[in-house]
Design a protein around this ligand. Sequence first.
Ligand SMILES: Cc1cc2nc3c(=O)[nH]c(=O)nc-3n(C[C@H](O)[C@H](O)[C@H](O)COP(=O)(O)O)c2cc1C
Length: 344
Amino acid sequence: MSEAPTLDAVRHNTGPSRRFCVAPMMDWTTPHFRYLARILSKRALLYTEMVTTGALIHGDTERFLRHDPSEYPLALQLGGSDPGELAHCAKLAEQFGFDEVNLNVGCPSDRVQNNMIGACLMGHPDKVAEAVAAMIAATDLPVTVKHRIGINGRESWDELCEFIDKVSAAGCRTFIVHARIAILEGLSPKENRDIPPLKYDWVYRLKERYPHLEIIINGGIKTFEECHEHLRHTDGVMLGREAYHNPWLLAGVDTEFFGEPAPVANRHEALRAMFPFIQQELDRGVYLTHISRHIMGLFHGMPGGRQFRRHISENAHKHGSGLEVIQAALARVRMPEPATVAES
Ligand SMILES: Cc1cc2nc3c(=O)[nH]c(=O)nc-3n(C[C@H](O)[C@H](O)[C@H](O)COP(=O)(O)O)c2cc1C
């Protein structure tokens, strides 16, 4: 049976709402995408791309942790396994203003496996527990873990529970569970996001077995209807690819899951709200393509959406391209009709 939460776990009971989260995604959930996501939803909890402890400690720390204050609530995801290094990076997360620090125990890439980062750590629950304890001791931020339901060769229910038992005993009270195993040899990271079957019922069972823990479900979720169904069994949902490819979905989150007004009325307004930030980034030397590729999904499925994307693809990479490319692309999609005022 699971143990009662420790005092430390209770101390870490605070933090942002995780009812609706946008998943950490390398090269995708960059500061530019997150800026757009935050225009669309004030309440979704955003996660950074994974940053390894090695990169943070030995690389350009400021660059890796750079974000705009408007992105809050924002969680920093770390990749690593050395308790001392993770503790140091958790402290950095706090100093730089993040709202949560998350440990990646789900990434299956070979590159990270060789460094004992990511999903391979599911085979070493004691090591994860030690790392989490060190992080908790180093920061007042909530420390959370994102993981799979198993890895090949270690995919039983009992082994999953052993992982949760040990890591929760170390003080972690929030587990973000990608509802499939990772196969560590023979599948690419992309295949590992599609091929192992989703087992949502395992995540539901975790919540039943550990009611005192916060369990967030992830993997293959696309619609609000699906989110509501998962929320009947878990504490929160995390969406990755759908939120990136169809970011307008985020514009409904505040109303649908928090009962608050939507921050923007339409896609045009959302993109225009990004213009000052785009200009600021261009002024500091960022290439337009590094920003524009993250707004390509905004008119997904809309009349004119294809022309919008084509204009950006054909022009953003040209030397000296600026905000005018985005403005011209926007002009290719028709403004929605203003809503008719209901007669009283
Ligand atoms: C391009 C890409 C990059 C990803 N990078 C990370 C990462 O850095 N850290 C992580 O924990 N998961 C990463 N993931 C996995 C997602 O966070 C998520 O668990 C997975 O995509 C399943 O959720 P979804 O079906 O809603 O996309 C990545 C996924 C994609 C598509």
